[in-house]
Design a protein around this ligand. Structure first.
Ligand SMILES: *Cc1c(COP(=O)(O)O)cnc(C)c1O
Length: 817
């Protein structure tokens, strides 16, 4: 749908400046996303970390012409004579008002889904089942925020029978706003748990807030066995139809019996005087609970028991995230095999660009027919072609009837079978390939052929979580405080380009590396942020100057060597960073050397002091707080002395991650964030998101007799018959040998299991007696279920050592939710 800017201004009660005739079809609020300028509206949003208004000039230069801006940002409209501006007081609220108006143009029922967990999976499953009977629109991925909900409504097709919209909140006051956009006739409450609890006083308060979504609903679906939910709903909504599922009598959909079967679960249910069974392909309690809410809602909306039985049997785990995999012939593979719609295609192409850029691979898109009702097929394919071109795709392969019909400009095949038959996958070489297919095209068959399978132990790095953690630490800082992100030692074991690129997008001010080589590697992959080298070798100075890497200067010897390197290249006013040793007793000038240092630097035109910094020795432990304060005081007075002596100011910084959390008052001009953004906090890990998961697979499962031994030196002994799993991770991967013989444990299928015998170089054995394990099952070494901190404790070390010890042969896999 296209809307005129005049219409949008009117809907949001805002002022329009510039051409009123212009129409827009798409919305973006992230300036990094590419766009087709003519028909896109940029919404400038101010957040704690970023201000969209600061990108307007850049976007205008690129051809963008329609903007929503906030009045108090005082944009100088004269500078943008061809643009149309919708000027409002709050951009997000305007977006919400616009969505509320668009919502009014629909006369079909909306289903609003909220709750702590499971919103997206329930929405996706429900959509899948309802689609057998109805035309359904839904929020893309997990677009459920203050911005995500309005966008979801903007993107809805017109000719649908139901709209499924998720709504998530993180603080009081938010639900009322998005509920006005959704106005659901039906509400679905997934559950209430601890997620996003930090801004709420209690679970009850959060529940009350969530229930605001249902103000306009006539019917609410929920888990009737949850006493708190049951009571709250009855109290708030005595006049609405409350429809529940649960084992207790009185639930509308009653669970009579639950049985675990070989591949899943069999449920005996009772619905409106009818008894029937459902087979689910899962065994875990959460998936079962989610499926039952889906069944409840679908039955109520008129889906037949037969359809439900067929479809529920084949519910699939949903890949709600993008994952980068190693492909054959130096290809890189991104597998997005669930959805095919224009919005998520745009997101996936952005991820492809971000990941593929590193190795300079050419870009390929394998795309199935797009399922988007209400849009003319020819137009839709023109759009796809344009989008692919904008994002630099050089090879586009289409699969499906529509793709085949719209064949111009692409290689097309009528079906996945035809593709598999006719195409030799070995012709793919040095390409970054995005596989994007709607579920029933079963693109997993293509991905299985394109994926390189070797060593199956991987370190999975969640880039969204890393970005969220950066945001969390930013929230502790003043607006002016700069952020240096530490990416030394292969970004604490997590990667180089991938992490630096993400941090550049997060607009950090500096990167910190330990050695010049690390900085050079980043420059070669196109990272242009300022980089400080903490531990520069004297011999690397010429290269550092060439690559514009800035040195930490920690002694007179280093200073002299650097000055001569600078002079030899005829450079002047090159930045340096002076390290002061205030008590760590590692690198740095001693405070008493300050005067001589000033003397050497005063009026020196080769270099200038860009920053002065020091490092805290015990910022993470309360027993050292007195000492930390002393270090801070000593640093402050050294800086004063330097500033006076040099006659100019510089950036001052002393805090590391623990310092930011525990001594935010000492943030000065900049902080140096390290371990915290990788997901480890010394204060309270619940503030941070899990970034790293080390995982492997069961390569063999076997049963051994009582009295037999396991592994080298026959250290593992079985008193009774024992079942063991062989897992391909050993000390050469960084799985520390001191975790042998029951010291360490792992998680397999959600269950804890101990290491048996000695850990070998490339493998270890795990006692999985009675855990119902089979070859191929996933094994978590550390991650969400087994915190890295717990593993560090078992080893009497710190998480830093564990992360940086994971060997380079362990594949790093990046995911983006
Ligand atoms: C590694 C390092 C940091 C970051 O420390 P974290 O504890 O990981 O936050 C900060 N400053 C210097 C000088 C460092 O070497």
């Amino acid at each position: 749908m296209a809307y005129s800017v005049a219409q949008l201004a009117q809907w949001s009660a805002a002022k329009l400046i510039g051409d009123a005739e212009r129409t827009v079809e798409k919305i973006i609020f992230d300036s990094r996303k590419s766009f087709s300028s003519e028909e896109t509206l940029f919404v400038a949003i101010k957040s704690t970390t970023n201000d969209g208004h600061s990108f307007i000039a850049e976007l205008y230069d690129k051809g963008m012409r329609s903007f929503i801006v906030e009045a108090d940002c005082a944009i100088d409209y004269k500078k943008y004579p061809e643009a149309s501006f919708i000027e409002c007081t709050n951009s997000i609220e305007s977006l919400q008002s616009i969505a509320a108006q668009i919502r009014h143009s629909f006369s079909i029922p909306f289903i609003g889904i909220t709750g702590s967990n499971g919103k997206t999976i329930i929405k996706e499953w429900l959509a899948h089942i309802l689609e057998k009977t109805y035309k359904v629109g839904r929020s893309p991925r997990s677009f459920n925020s203050q911005i995500g909900v309005p966008l979801s409504i903007w993107f809805l097709a017109k000719d649908i029978d139901f709209a499924l919209i998720e709504a998530g909140i993180s603080m009081p006051g938010e639900m009322e706003k998005i509920s006005t956009c959704i106005q659901p006739a039906y509400g679905l409450l997934t559950n209430i748990g601890q997620a996003h609890q930090e801004n709420f006083e209690s679970l009850e308060q959060k529940l009350d807030e969530k229930l605001k979504l249902f103000a306009s609903a006539h019917t609410i679906f929920y888990n009737g066995d949850d006493a708190m939910i049951n009571e709250a709903l009855k109290q708030h909504f005595p006049d609405k139809a409350l429809v529940s599922v649960g084992a207790e009598p009185g639930n509308n959909l009653q669970i009579v019996k639950t049985e675990t079967t070989s591949g899943g679960t069999s449920l005996s249910l009772h619905w409106k005087e009818q008894a029937f069974t459902l087979q689910l392909p899962f065994q875990d309690a959460i998936s079962i609970e989610n499926s039952l809410l889906v069944a409840l809602c679908a039955l109520n909306l008129g889906v037949s028991i037969e359809i439900l039985q067929t479809e529920m049997q084949q519910l699939f785990p949903i890949a709600m995230r993008l994952e980068q995999k190693e492909g054959i012939n130096n290809c890189l593979l991104i597998d997005d095999g669930y959805n095919a719609d224009i919005t998520s295609l745009g997101l996936a192409l952005d991820f492809l660009n971000q990941m593929g850029a590193k190795r300079g691979l050419s870009k390929t898109l394998i795309l199935s027919d797009i399922q988007q009702s209400g849009v003319d097929a020819t137009l839709l394919y023109q759009k796809v072609l344009r989008l692919a071109e904008e994002k630099g795709i050089t090879k586009l392969i289409g699969i499906g009837e529509n793709m085949f019909a719209a064949k111009e400009g692409l290689n097309a095949y009528q079906s996945t079978e035809e593709f598999l038959e006719k195409v030799d996958v070995n012709t793919f070489k040095d390409e970054a390939i995005l596989l994007k297919g709607a579920r029933h095209y079963t693109f997993e068959r293509i991905s299985a052929l394109l994926e390189q399978r070797r060593h199956k132990t991987v370190l999975e790095i969640n880039l969204n979580a890393l970005a969220e953690n950066v945001k969390y630490f930013r929230s502790k800082l003043g607006k002016e405080t700069k952020l240096l992100a530490m990416v030394k030692a292969f970004s604490y074991g997590t990667g180089s380009f991938e992490i630096a690129n993400l941090l550049a997008h997060q607009k950090v001010d500096y990167l910190g590396v330990a050695f010049a080589d690390e900085g050079i590697e980043l420059r070669k992959t196109g990272i242009s942020l300022p980089i400080i080298v903490m531990n520069p070798e004297l011999s690397s100075f010429p290269m550092m100057l060439e690559y514009e890497l800035e040195p930490e200067i920690y002694s007179f010897e280093v200073l002299e060597a650097y000055l001569s390197a600078v002079q030899r290249q005829g450079l002047s006013r090159v930045p340096i960073h002076v390290k002061v040793d205030t008590g760590m007793n590692r690198l740095g000038f001693l405070p008493e050397e300050t005067e001589s240092l000033i003397e050497r630097l005063h009026k020196n035109s080769s270099v200038f002091v860009s920053s002065v910094f020091s490092h805290l020795a015990g910022s993470d432990e309360a027993i050292h707080d007195g000492f930390t304060q002393q270090q801070i005081n000593c640093f402050t007075s050294t800086c004063q002395q330097m500033e006076k002596g040099l006659g100019y100011g510089f950036t001052r910084h002393i805090l590391n991650s623990a310092g930011i959390e525990r001594f935010p008052e000492a943030q000065m001009d900049m902080v140096r964030l390290g371990i915290g953004m990788y997901g480890v906090s010394v204060v309270d890990n619940t503030n941070l998101q899990q970034v790293n998961t080390l995982k492997s697979y069961v390569s063999q499962f076997k049963t051994i007799k009582a009295g037999e031994t396991v592994g080298y030196s026959r250290k593992g002994r079985s008193n009774n018959e024992m079942q063991i799993a062989v897992v391909p991770i050993g000390y050469a991967d960084g799985y520390n040998r001191r975790l042998s013989n029951g010291v360490g444990h792992v998680i397999i299928n959600g269950k804890k299991a101990s290491v048996v015998g000695n850990i070998c170089m490339d493998m270890c054995m795990i006692d999985v007696t009675d855990l119902n394990i089979k070859a191929g099952d996933e094994v978590e070494i550390f991650g969400t279920q087994l915190p890295i901190k717990a593993m560090a404790q078992q080893l009497e070390t710190i998480p830093y050592e564990i992360l940086t010890s994971i060997s380079r042969r362990v594949k790093r896999i990046y995911i983006m939710e």
